[in-house]
Every structure is written in structure tokens, then in C-alpha cells.
Design a protein. Structure first.
Length: 260
């Protein structure tokens, strides 16, 4: 079977397509995550927000494809799909590893698309400017312990050996990709940034969240929610309200961000 001609058929999932949206919100999953993590966003956000969830290779309907082993390679692969839909105001939302992937995608947009990027949401992730290396877990028991610590995966799945064997390869690959990521100083994103973080996240301190201000020339605000690394699971309505407020703020309607 020949591959799809349109890269977005591989990389993007639109669970509730919007024909004439005010803004397109591209959502980037966490390590080991998949596009379906953002299905609730498409159901809760305003009817004029077109949610496009990124699907990384090697999971769900792309499980037959090889994993992508670096953040740079992920960005290189998905950027053409993003650009195919960047015909009007856009926003990026990334959680954990997804925030890093979204940031690198945002800073590599060509000028016209960069002008249309009206907001960047960084969730559950320290600023790329923070010099702290992520750890890669070589052994399954260490990786499983880390997954339990972050409380983002149903414990019943971790106790099911068959399901665990399906989950671990994607998680391990993504942890390796994040551990190998090196931030290269240079232009960041030019749009406002909203940083969303859990007050008990063991992986992101308040200072590390605030440091996102160093990688944008625009305003940065930090919103803190009750919960840990996966605070999203219990704060979805509040997070969607925050996204809606940011996307409807006057600063979103910047010159030169219309279709075309």
C-alpha cells in the first residue's frame, strides 16, 4: 500500500473537524503518548477552535512504523503536516516531551507561518533554557517505577504484563529522545506563552516553569494547578478554560495572522 500523499494524514488527527475555525490548535503528546490524549480537548474547547492532535510514529494506528529516535527528527517529520494546516491563526499546546517538540517546531516555522502562531502553551515541562539533563531509564523496572511515580498511567495497565509490553517500547524510545535533546540557544517563539504546571510536579520547579520567559520575546504567564506531572487528568475543564481565555484575548488577533 502506498503512503498517503498528504503528510497530515500520517501526523495529524482531527477528532472534531472545524471547517472555518478562528484558530487551529496543534497538540503534541507526552513521552509514550498518542494523539488520542487530546480527544477531550476537541470536545471541550470552543466550536471555532480546530484541534489537530499530533500522532507520533510507532503507536496506535501508526504502530507498524518505526519509532523516531530524536526530537529533531520528530520535528523534521511533522513540520510539513503542520504547515499544510497553518493557513490561519495557529496555537501550539505541548505536554511534557510534547512541549519540547512543540517549541522546536515553533521556532523553525517559516516567517509567514511564524506570524500566524498566536499562542504557545507549555504544559508539565521546564523551559528548554534550563540546563538539566533528563534521565534515560535503561532497565524496565526503573522505567516502570518512574511511570508509577508520575501517576500518568492507570496502575492496572502497569500490572498487566501483556499491555505493559505494548506500552514500554514507545515510552522507552521517547525517554531516550528527550534525554538526548540539547537546547541550542537562538531565536525562540515570538508569540505569548502560557506555562501550565502542577503544584506537586516532581519534574518541574516554579523557577524552571518561569524560565520559559527566556525563550520568547512576548509575554509569559505561569498558571499553576493542583496535581502532579499529569495534573491534566484532574484539571481538564480548568485547563481548557485557560486555553480559551488565552485564545480569545485581544493579543491573539495580531496583524498578519489571517488566512492566506
Amino acid at each position: 500500500m502506498s503512503p498517503p500523499a498528504d503528510p497530515s494524514e500520517l501526523w495529524l488527527r482531527r477528532y472534531r473537524p472545524v471547517d472555518d475555525p478562528a484558530v487551529r490548535l496543534f497538540c503534541f503528546p507526552h513521552a509514550g503518548g498518542a494523539a488520542s490524549a487530546y480527544l477531550p480537548f476537541s470536545r471541550r474547547l470552543a466550536a471555532d477552535v480546530d484541534v489537530l492532535a499530533v500522532q507520533y510514529p510507532g503507536r496506535q494506528d501508526r504502530r507498524g512504523e518505526p519509532f523516531v529516535e530524536s526530537v529533531d527528527a520528530l520535528v523534521e517529520g511533522l513540520l510539513p503536516a503542520v504547515l499544510a494546516w497553518a493557513d490561519r491563526p495557529t496555537a501550539f499546546f505541548g505536554h511534557s516531551m510534547g512541549a519540547t517538540v512543540a517549541f522546536e517546531a515553533g521556532r523553525r516555522l517559516p516567517p509567514a507561518a511564524a506570524d500566524r502562531l498566536v499562542h504557545f502553551f507549555a504544559s508539565g515541562r521546564r523551559s528548554p533554557s534550563v540546563r538539566r539533563r533528563d534521565r534515560f531509564y535503561r532497565f524496565d523496572d526503573e522505567l516502570i517505577d518512574e511511570i508509577r511515580r508520575l501517576e500518568g498511567t492507570d496502575s492496572s495497565l502497569l500490572d498487566d504484563e501483556e499491555l505493559l509490553n505494548m506500552l514500554l517500547p514507545a515510552i522507552r524510545n521517547d525517554y531516550r529522545a528527550v534525554a538526548a535533546y540539547d537546547y541550542r540557544p537562538g531565536p525562540g517563539v515570538r508569540c505569548p506563552v502560557t506555562v501550565l504546571t502542577g503544584d506537586a510536579d516532581p519534574n518541574v520547579t516554579a523557577d524552571e516553569a518561569a524560565a520559559w520567559a527566556k525563550v520568547t520575546a512576548a509575554a509569559t504567564v505561569v498558571r499553576t494547578f493542583p496535581g502532579g506531572h499529569f495534573y491534566l487528568n484532574g484539571q481538564l475543564d480548568a485547563v481548557c478554560a485557560e486555553i480559551t481565555a488565552a485564545l480569545t484575548a485581544p493579543s491573539t488577533a495580531r496583524p498578519g495572522t489571517g488566512p492566506g
